[in-house]
Every structure is written in structure tokens, then in C-alpha cells.
Ligand binder design. Structure first.
Ligand code: SF4
Length: 228
């Protein structure tokens, strides 16, 4: 998904993905089904941010079908030429287009985690992928984006969330209350899952502002003495 969106971000007018025929994958990974599934999701995301989803196409063929491959690519190029340069047809300026795509790219880890069950589906019928993701579902996905916040009253500075965060968005050290940098956070939810349940310090916030981080000088952890 990242490769596709980055291609559009960098100004490609169309992206064509060619895969082995469905059901004829030489490996057990069934990557062509996964690619088809990803394309279905990507098209919905494109629609959501105002890009014509016809700019993305996936086709399947065997290595013996050179003529078919050439025809499919020629047809795709013709269709893309008819659509014109990306953004122009859609009525979006280059800067705005880049901003919208960048925002979705930033949310890819969150999107993948949220849709992991559907993304791993392998459906028998190719047509079933067409409506696997609905417009309403994508609308909800991109409007109910969670934020993660470490409750300073509950954080015990165990460091588990900080070590597991894939983008180093959590600052803190031994005996110092941890804080999430909201600009760096990619909303993967790893810290939420990783925080030991006896602390439950990481909160998932949707539709409400995230409290500001506590000031640096107040981050030293005061361990409460156990009641006798
Ligand atoms: Fe890091 Fe938590 Fe944000 Fe994931 S959700 S990027 S683990 S701070």
C-alpha cells in the first residue's frame, strides 16, 4: 500500500500491478490474493481523498502470456492518458494532493492494524473483492482515528511501551514518566497492547482532545509506598 501511495505522491498518473494468475501461485504465501485485497482497500482510500480509483489497476497473468500482458498495459496507458495528469481531472492542486496522500501514508500502520482480519482474507471469487471495503467503513476508519496517551498518574516507567514503539515516539527513562510525542506517533496501538494490565497506563482516545504532555520537571516518578 505504501509503494502505491508513494508513487501517486511522487506524481505518477497511474499504477499498474501485474501478478500471477489467481490460484496459480507457486508459493504458499498467496501473495497475489493479498495484493488484490490491498488494491481493493487502496482504491477506497483513493476515493476517500478524491483521487480517481481507476488510476490503480491490478491484473493477473502467467509468464507465458506476454501478448496479454502487453495488451493490458497498452490499454491501461490509454485509459490513464484519457484521465490526464493526476489532480487535474480531480480538481485538486498538486500541494493539496500531496498533503492528502501524505496523511494516508502516515496512517498506514493504523489502517493495517484496524483492517488486519479483512486484509488476510483469501476469497474464492475475484468479484467479491470489489465490495470488500465499503465507503462508509473507510469514512469511519478515517474519521474515528485514535490517539494514544500515557496517563501520568498510572505510568510506572517500566519502559515496555517505549521499547516496543516502532517509531521511537515515546520518551522516558528509568523512574521517569513516559510521554508520547503525538507528531511522531503512527497510531499502531502497540503501546496500548503492551502496557501491563496491572498499570493500564496507556489510554486510547477517540473524538476527544489529547491532554497536553506533563512538563519535563514533573516527570520524575514518585512511587507510592505500599499500604501496611
Ligand atoms: Fe508508538 Fe504507541 Fe504511537 Fe504505536 S501508538 S507509534 S507504540 S506511541
Amino acid at each position: 500500500m505504501g509503494f502505491v501511495l508513494r508513487a501517486f505522491y511522487n506524481g505518477s498518473d497511474g499504477v499498474f500491478i501485474g501478478g500471477c494468475r489467481l490460484g496459480e501461485c507457486n508459493y504458499t504465501t498467496q501473495g497475489n490474493y493479498h495484493a488484490l485485497n490491498m488494491v481493493s482497500l487502496c482504491k477506497r482510500l483513493m476515493e476517500h481523498i478524491g483521487i480517481d480509483p481507476d488510476r490503480l489497476r491490478i491484473e493477473f497473468m502467467s509468464s507465458a502470456e506476454g501478448i496479454r500482458f502487453a495488451r493490458l498495459v497498452t490499454d491501461f496507458i490509454k485509459d490513464i492518458k484519457e484521465l490526464g495528469p493526476i489532480g487535474e481531472r480531480e480538481g485538486i492542486t498538486r500541494e493539496e494532493l500531496k498533503r492528502r496522500i501524505q496523511e494516508v501514508i502516515r496512517l498506514i500502520p493504523y489502517i493495517k492494524v484496524s483492517k488486519k482480519d479483512k486484509l488476510s482474507l483469501i476469497l474464492e471469487n475475484k468479484d467479491e473483492y470489489e465490495n470488500l471495503y465499503t465507503k462508509e467503513e473507510i469514512e469511519q476508519l478515517l474519521t474515528e482515528i485514535p490517539s494514544y496517551y500515557i496517563d501520568p498518574e498510572k505510568c510506572q516507567a517500566c519502559g515496555i511501551c517505549r521499547r516496543r514503539c516502532p517509531v521511537d515516539a515515546i520518551s522516558g527513562e528509568k523512574k521517569k514518566i513516559h510521554v508520547i510525542d503525538q507528531d511522531k506517533c503512527i497510531k499502531c496501538g502497540t503501546c496500548f497492547e503492551a502496557c501491563p494490565s496491572r498499570f493500564a497506563a496507556v489510554q486510547r482516545i477517540v473524538g476527544e482532545p489529547v491532554p497536553p504532555p506533563i512538563p519535563e520537571e514533573q516527570r520524575v516518578l514518585q512511587r507510592k509506598k505500599a499500604a501496611r
